[in-house]
Design a protein around this ligand. Structure first.
Ligand code: EPU
Length: 303
């Protein structure tokens, strides 16, 4: 989606929002799939309510893109203008066991920055790619840790009210790869409360998680992590593996040889290839196990 109305362009600039026209979005996602669109970079959180009010008034469809590590974007010209938060400086601020983090910050970097301040708890999240905002939205989790456990407050643009609000951790439902945030809420910053732990101990935990991950997941390939959620009491990866589907592909979209619930872009896969692979694997699992797998990755569907 292109913004070409000079009045709108001037108003956007007036809000201190940077307008980048016709950006290729594939490099902004870990799958490296996706077409092009205009991007609006938000430097000051306070400009968000007015920006979105303006876009709505002018009927300009828009979507917010976080770290791009758990999303499958469509091919071609996207039917939305893309909003993204600029990184803030500093990204992380400490007050005792409380850590204030900007939602554009990288999750892994945040875990290690906290470790250097002898604050632990999030070791299991070390290899999860993406931003703090994305981790909050999905309640990112690995190796028995989930970020929701440590959330005390979230500053969020609420689509329902059109305002920036502060939610207390207890007001938010954090479930398995699901939260009570609305789809078009935008996470801005968070206060985490982390347990004190010596740096050396945290580092040891980080090393162990890194080793486990390296042994079981295709880390150096283009993926969005696990494609499907695990069904209650089951394992999507094990089921897909048992069906002999490792290496199965549609175009350059391929089921990883290392972990069957990771679908990789082995070259120049399109969104159409990836969606066809997802549909094919889902159907085979349904036919064989009678289980309907639900996507874990967020699929942006252009209608
Ligand atoms: N398995 C296979 N074949 C495979 C993959 C897995 O037989 O190709 C078996 C494993 O041997 C194991 C079981 O399936 O017995 C579970 O596998 P694993 O321990 O790798 O965990 P997972 O349930 O597949 C979940 C999360 C991961 C997270 C890991 C580690 C989901 C959908 N996946 O994977 O998260 O990193 O646990 O905690 O919940 C993600 O969210 O994108 C993600 C990758």
């Amino acid at each position: 989606m292109r913004i070409s109305d000079p009045k709108m362009m001037a108003a956007i600039a007036g809000l201190g929002v940077e307008h980048k026209p016709g950006v290729s979005l594939a490099p902004k996602t870990s799958l490296e799939i996706g077409g092009t669109s205009d991007i609006l970079i938000i430097r000051k959180h306070e400009s968000l309510p007015e920006l979105i009010r303006m876009l709505k008034q002018a009927d300009v469809p828009h979507r917010f893109l976080g770290g791009g590590s758990n999303v499958l974007l469509p091919d071609g010209e996207l039917p939305w203008v893309i909003l993204q938060l600029a990184r803030q400086d500093p990204e992380v601020r400490f007050e005792g066991n409380n850590v204030f983090v900007d939602c554009a910050a990288d999750l892994g970097r945040t875990v290690t920055t906290c470790a250097k301040h002898d604050l632990g708890g999030m070791e299991g999240l070390i290899g999860v790619p993406g931003s703090i905002g994305g981790a909050l939205r999905m309640n990112a989790g690995a190796y028995g840790t989930q970020i929701g456990t440590y959330v005390r407050e979230v500053q969020v643009y609420r689509a329902g009210t059109g305002r920036i609000e502060i939610l207390r951790g207890a007001e938010i439902n954090f479930e398995y790869r699901h939260t009570s945030f609305a789809l078009d809420d935008i996470m801005l910053s968070v206060r985490l409360e982390l347990p004190s732990k010596p740096y050396s101990e945290i580092l040891q935990g980080i090393r162990i998680c890194n080793e486990k991950r390296r042994a079981s997941q295709p880390l150096n390939q283009k993926s969005a992590g696990c494609i499907f959620k695990n069904p209650p009491g089951g394992s999507a990866g094990r089921m897909i593996d048992e069906l002999g589907l490792k290496g199965h592909s549609v175009g350059d979209a391929r089921v990883s040889d290392r972990h069957a619930n990771f679908f990789i872009n082995a070259g120049h896969a399109s969104a159409a290839d990836m969606l066809a692979l997802i549909a094919d694997v889902r159907e085979r699992v349904r036919d064989h196990y009678g289980v309907e797998l639900e996507e874990e990755v967020i699929v942006w569907k252009a209608r």
